[in-house]
Design a protein around this ligand. Structure first.
Ligand code: FAD
Length: 375
């Protein structure tokens, strides 16, 4: 390409756990961080989305089962039976990128990934436009997570509700809601942990689309990981694996167990609509409320990939290849860390490492093939 645009072999977009895990494997294979590959991160501090999560958040799996490749997360042992808090994860990820000298460039936002105009074939590098100058890369790994794309379901009357509405990603601490009539919407771990906190300072109502599913008390995130893995394998083999559910099942971390003891874990079915004062069900019964906290999940942050016009299936880009993370329409692009569609439990600390290993293997093979054809 023209002289002034920096060329790298691999550009990893996103310096959270998923991006770091791919960087670990590329560095271990001999690629030089900051030269052969770069990790570009829009955040101005390490840790991916973790620093943005609410103060009281607890990992749903013990530290030993929340580690990235190469270095176990230091153990965390306090009254929480080993469920580490948010800051323990941020500290671990911060030290991880220093330990492996991954030279994450931040803050540096990738604005778009484009095919080179004059030769859209696969042998040309991709153009990566960023907030701090452009670069070209033979291979791009998108690891941008979901935190910046909170999902708000559409319910009739939501605009007319006079109270406050926020998404779980904006929730910080229960004190902000003392004395208010709060509704927590959603049946996952975020909803359960936020409900557990808010119900200590005010009466909170919990509504879920289907009855919430709790894991047995002595079971933690580990089992979610193994069942997610078995389920994805079963799907590959054409069957399905009912087993205990996916990551949606609620882990009984101490705060949630405490809420159950207080009788605060009773969920009502979803309301049909909202009006100015609160929720209204199909039978026209209503409950007035001041605040609605939507713990209704996220979508992958993929806007930077729109110039590639990737075809989608089930609401996300089609992926395949040996690791199941290669974009079907653009083999030079890999997608990691977004959830089961990019590898079983890939949106968890332990899962990110496993898919990063498989993805890095495909990337290294691509670079070899490229070298050979250039030679
Ligand atoms: P992120 O951590 O979101 O990192 C993505 C990075 O990409 C960010 O730094 C962002 O700034 C950057 N980025 C985004 N767009 C761009 C761009 N265009 N250019 C450059 N950089 C960009 N997992 C567990 O294993 N255990 C748990 O207990 C657990 N609890 C969770 C609780 C909550 C509330 C949530 C939301 C998730 C939880 N997870 C848990 C899931 C998962 O571990 C986290 O979501 C994790 O943050 C995913 O890591 P990631 O690297 O894929 O994405």
């Amino acid at each position: 390409g023209d002289g002034d645009v920096r060329e790298v072999a691999v550009a990893i977009i996103g310096g959270g756990q998923a991006g770091l895990a791919v960087g670990f494997y590329l560095r271990r294979a001999g690629l030089v961080p900051g030269e052969d590959f770069v990790i570009l991160d829009a955040a101005d501090q390490p840790g991916g989305a973790w620093p943005q999560m609410w103060d009281g958040l607890r990992l749903f799996s013990p530290s030993t089962y929340s580690s990235l490749p190469g270095w176990m997360m230091p153990p965390w042992d306090d009254a929480s039976h080993g469920f580490p808090p948010r800051d323990h994860v941020v500290d671990y990820l911060t030290r991880y990128e220093q330990r492996y000298e991954l030279a994450v460039e931040r803050p540096r936002r990738v604005l778009s990934v484009e095919r080179s105009t004059f030769d859209p074939h696969e042998c040309e590098p991709l153009l990566v436009r960023t907030s701090h100058g452009d670069l070209t890369a033979r291979v791009v790994v998108s690891a941008t997570g979901t935190w910046t794309q909170p999902f708000w379901p559409a319910y009739p009357g939501a605009q007319s509700f006079a109270g406050r509405q926020l998404h779980a990603s904006q929730y910080r601490r229960p004190e902000d809601f003392a004395g208010q009539r709060v509704v927590v919407v959603g049946g996952g771990n975020s909803a359960a942990q936020i409900l557990a906190e808010v119900s200590t300072v005010t009466d909170a109502i919990w509504v879920t689309a289907r009855p919430p599913r709790f894991l047995p008390d002595d079971v933690d995130g580990r089992v979610l990981f193994t069942t997610a893995t078995r389920r994805v394998q079963a799907q590959h083999e054409g069957g399905d694996h009912p087993g205990v559910g996916g990551l949606g099942d609620i882990v009984m971390v101490p705060s949630v167990r405490d809420a159950r003891k207080r009788g605060a874990l009773e969920a009502l079915p979803m309301f049909n609509r909202l009006d100015a004062t609160g929720m209204v069900w199909a039978d026209d019964t209503g409950r007035d409320s001041d605040v609605i906290i939507w713990c209704t999940g996220f979508r992958p942050a993929l806007r930077h990939l729109s110039p590639l016009h990737l075809s989608t299936a089930d609401g996300h880009p089609r992926t395949g290849g040996p690791a199941g993370t290669q974009a079907t329409d653009e083999p030079r692009l890999h997608l990691v860390g977004y959830g089961d569609w990019t590898g079983a439990a890939s949106a968890t600390l332990i899962g990110a490492g496993r898919t990063a290993r498989d993805t890095a293997r495909v990337v290294l093979q691509q670079l070899d093939d490229g070298q050979r054809s250039e030679a």
